[in-house]
Design a protein around this ligand. Structure first.
Ligand SMILES: NC(=O)c1ccc[n+]([C@@H]2O[C@H](COP(=O)([O-])OP(=O)(O)OC[C@H]3O[C@@H](n4cnc5c(N)ncnc54)[C@H](OP(=O)(O)O)[C@@H]3O)[C@@H](O)[C@H]2O)c1
Length: 267
C-alpha cells in the first residue's frame, strides 16, 4: 500500500479520533490539512506530531455549522494543496451544543447537531468532489447505532443527524461511483482519548468495565488509532470496489444482541 504524496483533509483533527486518523495517515506519508474549531494549540500539536512522522500539512480553522466557513476551509485547502485525494468528515460539536433528552431539546441544539453532521457533510461532499481526482476517498465518521436505536435519550439530535449523514454517504457513493470515488461510513464504538474519556471519571470507568466484561467481544473499548487504521484500509487502492458501506470499528460491539445477552445464557 502506498499513500505517499496523497493529500487529505480531516475535520476535527485537533484532538480525539480525528487526531488519531491524521497521525495514521501521516505514517503513510499523506499530507494532511488539520482542521480545528477553537483549539488552535491542539491543532498545532497534531501538526507537530504529523511532522514527527515524516509527513507535513497545515492547520485550518472553521465552524462546520456555518456554510461560508466550510467554503473558506476548502478555499484554503485548494490554495495549499490544489487537489484533495481524501476527505474525512469527523468534526462534532461539544456535548453542550446538542446533548439533551427529547422533551427538553431546544431548536438551537437540534440545529447544531443537524448542521454539523448532515448540512456540513452535504456541503463538504459537494465541494470536495470538484477538487478530487478520480479514485478519491470520502469517509464520514458516524455513530450509526444511534440512528436506529432510541435508548440513549440525550443523543436524540445527534442520532438523527448521524442517520442523515449515513444516508447522504450512500447517495454520494452512487453519484460519484463512475469517477471511482468511494464514499463510506466508519462507525466507531466507544473510543478512548475522545469525548468519552472526558465524561465524569465514574461514568467513563463504568463504560470501560461494561465493554471489558464481555459486551464488546474483543474485550476493550477502541482507540483513535483503531479508527485511523480503518481509515487507512478504506484509502488503500485495493479497497476501490467498496463504496456506500458502513464499517463498524467497535471490537464487535454492534453484533451483540440486547435481547439475549451472554449473562442470561448460562446453563
Ligand atoms: N468518541 C467516541 O467514542 C465516538 C464514538 C462513535 C463515533 N464518534 C464520532 O467520532 C467523531 C470524533 O469524536 P471525538 O469524540 O474524537 O471528538 P472530540 O474529541 O470531542 O473532538 C471534536 C473535534 O471537532 C471539532 N469541533 C467541535 N465543534 C466544532 C464546530 N462547530 N465546527 C468544526 N469543528 C468542531 C473540535 O475542534 P476544537 O478542538 O478546535 O474544539 C475537535 O477537533 C465524531 O463525529 C463522533 O460523533 C465518536
Amino acid at each position: 500500500m502506498s499513500l505517499r504524496g496523497k493529500r487529505a483533509l480531516v475535520t476535527g483533527s485537533s484532538r480525539g479520533i480525528g487526531r488519531g486518523i491524521a497521525l495514521k495517515l501521516a505514517e503513510q506519508g499523506v499530507k494532511t490539512a488539520i482542521h480545528y474549531y477553537k483549539q488552535e494549540e491542539a491543532a498545532n500539536e497534531t501538526l507537530a506530531q504529523v511532522r514527527a512522522r515524516g509527513s507535513d500539512g497545515f492547520v485550518v480553522q472553521a465552524d462546520v455549522t456555518r456554510p461560508e466557513e466550510i467554503q473558506g476551509m476548502f478555499d484554503r485547502v485548494r490554495r495549499e494543496f490544489d487537489k484533495l485525494d481524501i476527505l474525512v468528515s469527523n468534526a462534532r460539536p461539544e456535548l453542550a451544543a446538542f446533548y439533551r433528552p427529547p422533551m427538553e431539546l431546544t431548536l438551537e441544539q437540534w440545529n447544531s447537531a443537524l448542521d454539523s453532521q448532515a448540512q456540513a457533510f452535504l456541503l463538504e461532499a459537494q465541494t470536495v468532489a470538484r477538487m478530487m481526482p478520480d479514485g478519491g476517498r470520502i469517509i464520514a465518521i458516524s455513530y450509526s447505532p444511534s440512528g436506529r436505536t432510541g435508548s440513549w435519550q440525550p443523543w436524540i439530535a445527534m442520532g438523527a443527524a448521524k442517520a442523515a449523514m449515513d444516508a447522504l454517504a450512500r447517495y454520494f457513493a452512487v453519484a460519484l461511483g463512475r469517477r471511482g470515488i468511494t464514499v463510506n461510513v466508519i462507525s466507531p464504538g466507544a473510543t478512548d482519548d475522545s469525548v468519552v474519556s472526558r465524561l465524569p471519571t465514574e461514568v467513563f470507568q463504568a463504560i470501560k468495565t461494561w465493554h471489558e466484561s464481555g459486551w464488546t467481544p474483543l474485550g476493550r473499548i477502541g482507540t483513535p488509532e483503531d479508527i485511523g487504521n480503518a481509515v487507512l484500509l478504506l484509502c488503500m487502492e485495493e479497497a476501490g470496489f467498496i463504496t456506500g458501506q458502513t464499517l463498524h470499528v467497535d471490537g464487535g460491539a454492534s453484533i451483540m444482541d440486547t435481547v439475549f445477552p451472554l449473562g442470561i445464557q448460562q446453563g
